[in-house]
Design a protein around this ligand. Structure first.
Ligand SMILES: Cc1cc2nc3c(=O)[nH]c(=O)nc-3n(C[C@H](O)[C@H](O)[C@H](O)COP(=O)(O)O)c2cc1C
Length: 192
């Protein structure tokens, strides 16, 4: 018989993000964050390529990111409300971990599997933060998909992209749950 872990299952069946704009200080300290990052790095990774790394952004770095987002928005011709919303995600963030996908050359592991692994790391970090009682939210935003932004704001190399910005802090409001998928509509049972 399997050995159940009901607390873990209860967490997985009820977990939900906390909108980044509702997060505030205090934030996890460095040792606590290292535990969260350790849990995140314990993610499925075909071929043990470790196709990801972390950049922890706090303090002035967040305001610098906000400025880089605004500059990117101006260059891309985004309107003022769009830029203001995107820059607020960093200006108002108490702490943000950029999960960087690092594509590794491999004859065996397709690029998309490295992308999936980076996504898994984002979810694992989000869940580790939530399970530890922090509020957390996985965001991307249009700037993250811009190559110049990636290079100028975070110094990323050509083989690196942003899998996600995981904002972490203290929640000020627990949001109501959102509608969840209809399992019957997304599942096919095949037994013959
Ligand atoms: C790759 C990815 C990027 C996302 N980017 C954004 C974003 O830029 N802005 C936003 O409002 N939500 C974004 N979301 C959705 C939020 O993470 C949202 O909080 C999440 O879907 C809530 O799910 P949960 O309650 O099951 O944790 C993104 C989700 C994913 C998977």
């Amino acid at each position: 018989m399997p050995t159940p872990n009901p607390e873990a299952m209860d967490f997985l069946l009820t977990r939900r993000s906390r909108p980044s704009k509702t997060l505030t200080a205090p934030v996890p300290d460095r040792a606590t964050l290292e535990t969260l990052l350790t849990a995140a790095a314990r993610s499925p990774d075909h071929g043990k390529l470790e196709p990801w790394r972390f950049i922890v952004l706090s303090g002035d770095a967040l305001h610098r990111m906000a400025g880089e987002v605004a500059a990117t928005g101006a260059r891309l011709g985004k309107d003022e409300p769009t830029i203001a919303k995107a820059r607020a995600a960093f200006d108002d963030s108490p702490l943000c971990v950029a999960v960087i996908e690092v594509q590794k050359p491999s004859e065996k592991i397709p690029a998309i599997e490295q992308t999936y692994s980076a996504g898994a790391v984002c979810l694992a970090l989000l869940n580790a933060a939530l399970a530890s009682g922090w509020g957390a939210n996985w965001l991307s935003g249009w700037a993250s998909h811009d190559a110049d932004f990636r290079r100028d704001a975070l110094g990323l190399a050509e083989n690196e992209t942003i899998a996600g910005f995981v904002h972490i802090g203290t929640e000020t409001a627990t949001p109501p749950d959102r509608p969840r998928p209809d399992l019957g509509a997304i599942t096919t049972w095949v037994d013959a």
